[in-house]
Design a protein around this ligand. Structure first.
Ligand code: PMP
Length: 416
C-alpha cells in the first residue's frame, strides 16, 4: 500500500478479503463496495423500507427523509447550491439520455450543432448522435491531439452561434485524461451553448465542484464511486432544471390530474423522477461518497498518483509494453497499455488466468480507439484499496504474456 491511506482500507471491502481475492484493476468499470455501503443498503431495508414522497404514515416519512438526506449529501459532495439540483437516475447513461431527450429536444433544432469530444464513451455520444439524426442537427466531434487530449484551440475554433450543446467527459475512461472542462465551459457559454459533463470517471478521483467548473449539467454513476449499481445522478443548475419539461411521466411527477384540465407537473427534482426510485441505492451512494470523504480527497489523489507512477515505472523497461496516451499531470487512476504484437484480449486472458482483473478492448469508445489507430487497449484502473504489491505482481505477470488466439486471428498492425 502506498501508505497515504490507512493500511486498513482493503479490509473494508469484503470481496477483496481472503486468499482467493482477485487483483482487481477494473475499477473504471465498477468499484467494489465497502462494508459501510452494504450496511447502509441493508439497514435501509431492515429499518426504513417504504415508498417515498407519497405515503402519510411514519415509515413513509422516515424513508423519504433518508432519500432526501442522500440527495442533500450528493449535492454537498458536488458543490451544488440546492439539493433540488440533484436528480436521481439509474446511471450515467440514464442521465445523458434524459438530457438529450429533454434539454436537447428543447434547444437543438434543424441546422444546429452539438459538439462532443473525440474521446466520448458511447453513453455520452449516442444520445447526442440520435438527437442530431432525429432533429436534423449536426454532431461535431472536437479533435484530440496525438496524446489523446482534447485540443483546446481546435475546440474553440469549432464554436459558433449554431452550437447549442457541448457534451464532454470530465475524465476519459480510456486513458484517464482530465479534460479542461472549466475552460471549455467558458468558451461554450461565451457562444451561448449549454455544457453537459460526463463525470462517470471523475467523481471517485477528483474534487468535483460543479460551480467552479460552471457545468450546466453533470452526470455520474453511483457504482463507480463505491456505491451500489442501479443509481445515478444528474446535477442541473437550478434555473435550467426549473425550465425543463418532464422526461418520463407518471406517479410522483404531478400533484393531481383531472381529465378535463391541463396537467401541471411538480418542480425538479421530483418532476424527473417518475415512478418508485431506488431509495436504498441512493442511501448506499451517499454512504459511498461519505466513505470517500472520510478517507480525504488529498489522500485519495496522492494514492492514485503513487499507483499510476508505480505502473509507469513498472512497465518502463518492458520493451514490448507501451503506455497509450498521457495519464497527465493529475492522474485519475487509469493507465491504458498496449503490448506490441499481442491482442489486448490475449493480454487480458493471460492476466485473468493469473488472478488479475482488467478491462481490454475499446471500452465503449470505439470511435476514440479508431482515432488512436488501435483495436483496443489493456486498461488498468485503480481504487483506494489497490496496493503497490499488486502493481509489482502485475509487472511479473506482464513479463510472461505471449501471443494467443486473438493475436493469431487478427492482423497485428492496428494494436501495435
Ligand atoms: N461515461 C463514462 C466516461 C464511463 O466510463 C461510463 C462507464 N464505463 C459511462 C459513461 C456509463 O456509465 P453507466 O454504465 O454506469 O451508465
Amino acid at each position: 500500500h502506498p501508505g497515504v491511506l490507512p493500511a486498513t482500507v482493503r479490509a473494508d471491502f469484503p470481496l477483496l478479503r481472503g486468499e482467493d481475492a482477485p487483483v482487481y484493476l477494473d475499477n473504471a468499470a465498477t468499484t467494489q463496495k465497502p462494508q459501510v455501503v452494504l450496511d447502509a443498503v441493508v439497514d435501509y431495508y431492515r429499518t426504513a423500507n417504504s415508498n417515498v414522497g407519497r405515503g402519510h404514515h411514519r415509515l413513509a416519512l422516515t424513508a423519504t427523509d433518508r432519500y432526501e438526506s442522500a440527495r442533500a449529501a450528493v449535492g454537498r459532495f458536488l458543490g451544488a447550491r440546492h439539493p433540488e439540483e440533484i436528480v436521481f437516475t439509474a446511471n450515467t447513461t440514464d442521465s445523458t439520455n434524459l438530457l438529450a431527450e429533454v434539454v436537447g429536444r428543447r434547444v437543438v433544432g434543424r441546422g444546429d450543432q452539438v459538439v462532443v469530444s473525440g474521446m466520448e464513451h458511447n453513453s455520452n455520444l449516442l444520445p447526442w448522435r440520435r438527437l442530431c439524426d432525429q432533429v436534423g442537427a449536426r454532431l461535431v466531434v472536437a479533435p484530440t491531439d496525438p496524446a489523446g487530449r482534447v485540443d483546446l484551440p481546435a475546440f474553440t475554433a469549432l464554436m459558433g452561434p449554431k452550437v447549442r450543446i457541448v457534451a464532454v467527459a470530465h475524465v476519459s475512461n480510456v486513458l484517464g485524461t482530465v479534460n479542461p472542462v472549466r475552460e471549455m465551459a467558458e468558451v461554450a457559454h461565451r457562444h451561448g451553448a449549454l455544457v453537459v459533463v460526463d463525470g462517470a470517471q471523475a467523481v471517485a478521483h477528483l474534487a468535483v465542484d460543479v460551480g467552479e467548473l460552471d457545468a450546466d449539467f453533470y452526470c455520474f454513476s453511483g457504482h463507480k464511486v463505491y456505491g451500489p449499481m442501479g443509481v445515478g445522478v444528474l446535477y442541473g443548475k437550478h434555473d435550467l432544471l426549473a425550465d425543463l419539461p418532464p422526461f418520463r411521466v407518471g406517479g410522483g411527477t404531478v400533484k393531481g390530474v383531472r381529465h378535463d384540465e391541463p396537467v401541471h407537473y411538480v418542480p425538479a427534482p421530483a418532476r424527473f423522477e417518475a415512478g418508485t426510485p431506488d431509495v436504498a441505492g441512493a442511501v448506499g451512494l451517499a454512504a459511498g461518497l461519505e466513505y470517500l470523504l472520510d478517507l480525504g480527497g488529498p489522500a485519495v489523489r496522492a494514492h492514485d498518483e503513487s499507483l499510476v507512477a508505480a505502473v509507469l515505472e513498472a512497465v518502463a523497461d518492458l520493451d514490448d509494453v507501451d503506455v497509450v496516451g498521457d495519464p497527465g499531470a493529475v492522474p485519475c487512476g487509469i493507465v491504458s497499455l498496449s503490448v506490441r504484437g499481442i491482442h489486448p484480449y490475449d493480454v487480458g486472458g493471460h492476466l485473468d488466468a493469473h488472478g488479475i482483473a482488467v478491462r481490454c478492448g475499446v471500452h465503449c469508445a470505439s470511435t476514440f480507439l479508431d482515432s488512436l489507430g488501435l483495436v483496443g487497449t489493456v486498461r488498468l484502473s485503480f481504487a483506494v484499496y489497490n496496493t503497490l504489491e499488486e502493481i509489482e505482481y502485475l509487472r511479473s505477470v506482464l513479463k510472461t504474456v505471449r501471443p494467443g488466439t486473438w493475436t493469431a486471428e487478427h492482423p497485428t498492425e492496428r494494436f501495435l
